[in-house]
Design a protein around this ligand. Structure first.
Ligand code: 1GP
Length: 247
């Protein structure tokens, strides 16, 4: 079973939680500890990556260590063409669709594609849209940020992603954002597309997570909450429960 078909079949039965671990934010031991605790808290998939560029070797070492200790599938969430690893189960082959710089729309992808082909890793095409305030990814990715009332823009890009054949749409407020993507936008985008909808950035409470999931997100991503927590499992469990139990 491919990772994508696992995502699809899970999202048909309930809402899904993914934990993002950015290897640039801490050392390998801590990344590995977060992954183990997130797994125990009930997360469904582990996403490894972020917008601070790290090299293939660092990706390999982090993913190899996590794989030794965790059973959940590992999906790379790349910030650049160097953030790849043969040890992951899959990689989001993502396009930052609202970037001003074609490198983030298709350039890094063209550099990485021959290596990914050689590795034989599963690639999951994903349209990635960055919303206000965007945080680091908004700056690094040179995004024309979508405003929180930018409904038309959000729908236009999301439909474009689906019509281009992408398999997921990701609405991103930016890691560590003080606000989430507007739930009304989540709800309208969900009504328009038929591929799974991922939402992340600024989700730090069970209430936030439930609100976004109830609005229509199929998959909720959290990162910062676990990275900042002393007790990762205790911090994540109520959020994961809220996601899994939402409608
Ligand atoms: C970032 O959406 C993710 O790509 C996670 O955001 O770190 O704010 O949870 P947080």
């Amino acid at each position: 079973m491919t990772v994508y078909s696992e995502i699809l079949s899970l999202t048909k039965t309930r809402k899904v939680h993914m934990t993002l671990i950015d290897p640039a934010s801490q050392d390998i031991d801590r990344s590995c500890g977060i992954a183990m605790e997130a797994e125990k808290a009930g997360t469904d998939f582990l996403m490894i990556g972020g917008s601070t560029e790290i090299n293939e070797e660092a990706m390999d070492e982090t993913i190899k260590e996590i794989r030794k200790k965790c059973l959940k599938k590992i999906i790379i969430f790349p910030g650049s063409s160097s953030m790849i690893s043969r040890y992951a189960d899959a990689i989001y082959f993502m396009s930052l669709m609202n970037s001003r710089n074609p490198e983030f729309i298709v350039g890094h992808q063209a550099k990485a594609a021959p290596y990914l082909k050689k590795m034989g890793i599963e690639t999951i095409p994903m349209g990635y849209l960055v919303f206000h305030p965007g945080m680091t990814v908004g700056k690094v990715g040179e995004a024309n940020l979508i405003d929180n009332d930018g409904m038309e823009n959000a729908i236009g890009y999301s439909l474009t992603a689906e019509m281009m054949g992408m398999k997921l749409v990701y609405l991103e407020a930016g890691s560590g954002s003080p606000v989430t993507v507007n739930p009304e936008i989540v709800s309208e985008v969900k009504k328009k597309i038929s591929i799974p909808l991922i939402v992340g950035g600024g989700i730090r409470t069970p209430e936030n997570a439930k609100r976004i999931a109830d609005s229509g997100a199929d998959i909720i991503v959290t990162g910062t909450i676990a990275e900042k927590a002393d007790k990762v499992r205790d911090a994540l469990r109520p959020i994961i429960d809220a996601v899994i139990n939402s409608q």
